[in-house]
Write a protein that binds this ligand. Structure first.
Ligand code: EPU
Length: 454
């Protein structure tokens, strides 16, 4: 049975939160360790469900994963890798999308991989066609089976000339994790260049890989025959940092995000300043607060890096419900990432969704049936309601809307948030939120059991 979070809104969030390694890097770094022939070490690892899922998946393939009891740092020993039972893989994969990235490493190590049907946030179709296409180009044979896909490389994997239809983060990682040990040279055009991709490249380079990134989204990988190990500190989670920044704005609060790094937040900080948020950077983090005046409406478009990230969109939309005037947000990365606005509307926000590409340049969703532009009129007074969390980022945005709202909100499905936000209940409590968690009749304020996702 799920947990029920009761939020008494209206209190500014004030204080310090600590952000650790990026959810969208750490699980991939763990997968990369599988390619090595020595023990790798990963630091700055958050306690989130995606990390737990990958840990389980690696362990059932024979990778010895040990966590330091104090720091949580991981040591990953891939020297005794073997095949796992399909049923075991199924059981451990949860709803995560990470298993697809095990394809290349497992094919290199044990000749084949079984990937269960994938889950992940309900924010669009989230197909894996780019992944399967690039794997076929490396020489992999893809066999669809009742509960997943079996992928094998009977003739080994060879470098290929590849071009992605869209700079997909996951498909770029797929290429990197496969090409590093493939025979010969791989050239990937239209690659994703997110900071998490650069961090993964740094890890692979430490292991012995030869990877060059060009300024035109081309990545060239010269296959090597053996990879060793990495010792790496994961980059901080820029999405969590941006989420707390928005929380400060929405609740008229003041939050110091320890561990946040300015460099990977440039486009977020520009928008934050435009809307009326203040920030101050120091060596250990960034302080974010509401500037005190009226928040300004704006026109915003999500994009691949170095654009405004799709994962920053949802908490920022909540802030825009408080801006004085009409804002437009055009989502160009996922076709269906405004579902979370239903709950905001029930709370009193004025948000209309449109199929057209509003505000700026046309995107690939424009001539299709996707409600991917939002018009937000503010300011609206938000009132507490009952909410069932739909997905990770949408869920966090509901949380901060409820924390800013007048009255009481009851929230179910909070386990989804624990997938990507480490100890978020403790964090909002420490920031002064008035909340209670109920579990099977008892009332507590602990971290909920985490749910799956990717
Ligand atoms: N796409 C395809 N076919 C594919 C792969 C992707 O059509 O085979 C499309 C997707 O449907 C989407 C677009 O390409 O419309 C971009 O998807 P991408 O592959 O870049 O996303 P991802 O790798 O599945 C990661 C993050 C997401 C983040 C995106 C974009 C992880 C585990 N997830 O997803 O994070 O939004 O990149 O930066 O790294 C989140 O953290 O809440 C989250 C959803």
């Amino acid at each position: 049975m799920g947990k029920l979070l009761t939020i008494q809104g209206g209190k500014p969030l004030e204080g310090i939160v600590r952000v650790r390694g990026a959810k969208n890097l750490v699980p991939k770094a763990m997968v990369a360790s599988l390619l090595g022939s020595e023990v790798s070490e990963l630091r700055n690892v958050p306690e989130i469900k995606d990390v737990e899922i990958v840990r389980n998946l690696l362990q059932i393939h024979g990778v010895k994963v040990d966590a330091d009891p104090v720091t949580g740092d991981l040591s990953l020993d891939p020297r005794n890798t073997y095949s796992a039972e399909h049923s075991e893989i199924d059981a451990y994969a949860g709803d995560s999308r990470i298993p697809i990235l095990l394809c290349g490493p497992l094919m290199h190590k044990i000749g084949e991989a079984f990937i269960p049907d994938l889950g992940g946030c309900r924010i669009g179709d989230r197909p894996i066609n780019y992944h399967l296409e690039v794997l076929r180009n490396f020489g992999a044979v893809v066999d669809k089976q009742p509960h997943g896909i079996r992928i094998s490389a009977p003739k080994g994997l060879s470098g290929a000339k590849l071009e992605l239809p869209y700079p997909s983060v996951g498909a770029t990682e797929q290429v990197l994790l496969t090409a590093v040990l493939a025979e010969g040279i791989t050239e990937l055009r239209n690659a994703a260049v997110e900071p998490e991709i650069h961090d993964l490249i740094a890890i692979l380079q430490q292991m012995g890989a030869m990877i060059t990134v060009y300024t035109d989204r081309t990545i060239r990988i010269e296959g090597v025959t053996r990879l060793g190990r990495f010792r790496h500190r994961a980059i901080p989670d820029r999405n969590e940092s941006a989420s707390w920044a928005s929380a400060a704005l929405v609740t008229r609060g003041d939050i110091y995000v320890k561990g946040a790094a300015q460099r990977d937040l440039t486009s977020f900080l520009n928008i934050y300043r435009k809307i009326g948020g203040e920030f101050e950077v120091d060596e250990e983090g960034i302080r974010f607060w509401h500037g005190g005046g009226q928040l300004q409406p704006l026109v915003l478009e999500t994009d691949v890096h170095p654009g405004f990230m799709t994962d920053w969109q949802q908490p920022m939309v909540v802030a825009l419900t408080q801006a004085h005037g009409v804002s437009i947000v055009h989502e160009t990365v996922y076709e269906n990432r405004f579902g979370f606005t239903d709950a905001l509307k029930r709370m009193g926000a004025s948000i209309q969704l449109h199929r057209e590409c509003l505000g700026s340049s046309p995107c690939r969703f424009g001539q299709r049936n996707f409600l991917h532009s939002a018009v937000i009129s503010g300011p609206s007074e938000l009132k507490g309601v009952d909410i069932n969390i739909p997905d990770l980022r949408g869920g966090f945005s509901h949380l901060i809307a409820a924390l800013a709202a007048t009255g009481t909100s009851t929230v179910t499905g909070i386990e989804i948030i624990a997938r990507g936000y480490e100890h978020f209940i403790e964090k909002i409590e420490a920031l002064g939120a008035d909340i209670q968690i109920e579990q099977s009749g008892s009332v507590s304020a602990r971290q909920p059991a985490v749910a799956a996702g990717g």
